[in-house]
Design a protein around this ligand. Structure first.
Ligand code: GLC
Length: 547
């Protein structure tokens, strides 16, 4: 800490390079909660545009926007009614085009979020399918089936909801007697990916956004699209799985890749799969460029587990030549400082509960160290808005919750609103500077202003300053591979360089109970917290060194 911020020429140069995505820092913008430009309590594109200088100063290479399309918002915009527009609460298509261009002027690329597994029940295709009735070609774009039981009163199969913890069925019956499939909420009917029109439409949607200057696409629920046409019961143990990770999907993504290649566009897939070999198949050279690393995101704060996650990540990506991604948090999971401050520092949808205690000072210390760890690893890093401010998971009063995960679990699961609370920009302004008008759509907890950007931006010891310095200093690690250094139990230490033959920087992270000596070095680039009086690295602290 306390070092001057190095010039950030290296990353700026890289932003003009076709391979920018291989080691980019990508900032996730949850538009609804980022900045409210028009004062209606909901974040919007005007808010994002006004904060572009902030994002440029942070030093990020790209922005990933959660779905910004017209949507009834039954699942935070993951229920899309029109893939070629912007929700009026957020702005207009013309404004999105301006935003994409203005960001690019600042060296920042744009990634949009495409939701191919399902549409909103307000999407014209689904409305037409409902209206057209059983047996119609309109229904073939979805999964409509008669029910089971003497009167068709039972759902067509036993598939579980993809909202972990949900007790609700994945089938809904229409008044005409047919049932339709929705792996998430009833307002998100699943598309039939065996239908050529569905495939054609999504390739056109990709072109639509690439034509507007976006550099990449995040693919929502990327491993769920293809379904066994027989829709067999899961209890029957069919192999392959009837709706997760089916082989037909790879053909879909090969076709998408051909579209993207015409624009130098890149993909990042939301692929939650426990089997690393199956995961890596999505990253073959003619498929997706990258996918989120949920093993790292779920990993407990433990040296052995973290090293295992890093090693297996690198090992699974190497054969397909795809870069790894490093993710600590997103709009679906518990915020990093809260997770690292709990007794169980891993993340698992199944164990989320109200009232889990967290030591936020401890969690913040670890989150600072984790920032230096992720930014030193080879690959791309994702940063979820507010992570750079050290925002904790907020306790949103139950009568203000929006997330269907809460409602569909019968109130057992707190849902995901706690990580989606509007950002604090100015400590002493109304709504902590999120917007100057209406109450934010989700309430900000008392004391939220303490995390505000204006409190942190000139504070040499703030997490925001650490992120800025680390992003600026990150090119010191080069683009070469990682080599582990010998280190005491509980300590992780590795080097990287511009290429395999060089060591340009060292990262050390101490997860052991006692302070540790730093490895031999000539300079200290950055630390996540102060060294002790004898120059040792304390517990839950990381350092970047020059050899
Ligand atoms: C993904 C999104 C999540 C959404 C779900 C259904 O997991 O990240 O927010 O609820 O897909 O679209």
């Amino acid at each position: 800490m306390g070092q001057p911020t190095p010039a950030r020429t290296a990353t700026r140069t890289r932003a003009t390079d076709r391979d920018w995505w291989r080691d980019a820092v990508i900032y996730q913008v949850y538009v609804r909660s980022f900045a409210d430009g028009d004062g209606d309590g909901t974040g919007d594109l005007a808010g994002v545009r006004s904060r572009l200088p902030y994002l440029a100063q942070l030093g990020v290479d790209a922005l990933w926007f959660n779905p910004w399309y017209p949507s009834p918002m039954k699942d935070g915009g993951y229920d899309v009614a029109d893939y070629r527009g912007i929700d009026p609460a957020f702005g207009t298509l013309a404004e999105a085009e301006k935003l994409i261009a203005e960001a690019r002027e600042l060296g920042i690329r744009t990634i949009v979020d495409i939701v191919p597994n399902h549409v909103s029940d307000r999407h014209p295709w689904f409305r037409a399918a409902v209206a057209a009735g059983p047996g119609s070609p309109e229904r073939e774009l979805f999964h409509f089936r008669p029910g089971r039981g003497a009167h068709g009163e039972l759902p067509p199969n036993d598939w579980p909801s993809q909202f972990v913890g949900s007790t609700e069925p994945v089938w809904t019956r229409l008044p005409d007697g047919e049932w339709y499939l929705h792996l998430f909420t009833p307002e998100q009917p699943d598309l039939n990916w065996a239908h050529p029109v569905v495939r054609q439409e999504h390739e056109d949607i990709l072109r639509f956004w690439f034509e507007r200057g976006v550099a990449g696409v995040r693919i929502d629920s990327a491993a769920l699209l293809a379904k066994d046409p027989a829709l067999p019961d899961l209890a029957a143990g069919p192999d392959p799985h009837p709706f997760v990770d089916r082989d037909e999907l790879h053909d879909v993504y090969r076709a998408w890749r051909r579209v993207a290649d015409a624009y130098d566009g890149v993909f990042v897939g939301e692929v939650w799969l426990p089997d690393p070999e199956r995961f890596a198949r999505y990253l073959r050279p003619d498929e997706l460029h990258t996918a989120f690393n949920f093993s790292f995101l779920s990993c407990p704060w433990d040296a052995g587990r973290l090293r295992g996650s890093i090693d297996s990540t690198l090992a699974e990506h190497a054969p397909v030549g795809a870069p790894a991604t490093w993710v600590l948090c997103n709009h679906d999971v518990t915020r990093t400082v809260t997770r690292y401050g709990r007794a169980d520092t891993g993340f698992d949808f199944a164990t989320k509960a109200f009232g889990t205690p967290a030591d936020l000072a401890l969690g913040t210390r670890r989150a600072r160290a984790a920032a230096l760890l992720s930014l030193a690893l080879p690959g791309a890093v994702y940063l979820y808005q507010g992570e750079e401010l050290g925002l904790p998971e907020a306790d949103v009063p139950v009568d203000r919750l929006h997330d269907p995960m809460y409602f569909r679990s019968g109130g057992a699961d707190p849902g995901r609103d706690g990580c989606r609370v509007p950002l604090p920009w100015t400590a002493d302004a109304p709504h902590a500077g999120f917007g100057s008008g209406e109450e934010p759509w989700l309430p900000q907890p008392v004391g939220w202003g303490a995390y505000a950007v204006d409190r942190q931006q000139h504070d040499a010891d703030s997490l925001l300053t650490l992120y800025r310095r680390a992003i600026a200093a990150r090119p010191a690690f080069g683009t070469g591979p990682l080599t582990w250094l010998p280190a005491p139990e509980g300590v992780l230490a590795f080097t990287r360089g511009r290429d395999e033959s060089r060591t340009d920087a060292i990262c050390v992270l101490n997860l052991a109970a006692t302070p540790t000596e730093l490895p031999p070095h000539t300079g200290l680039l950055l630390t996540s917290g102060p060294l002790d009086d004898t120059g040792r690295l304390p517990r839950d602290t990381a350092a970047w060194l020059t050899p």
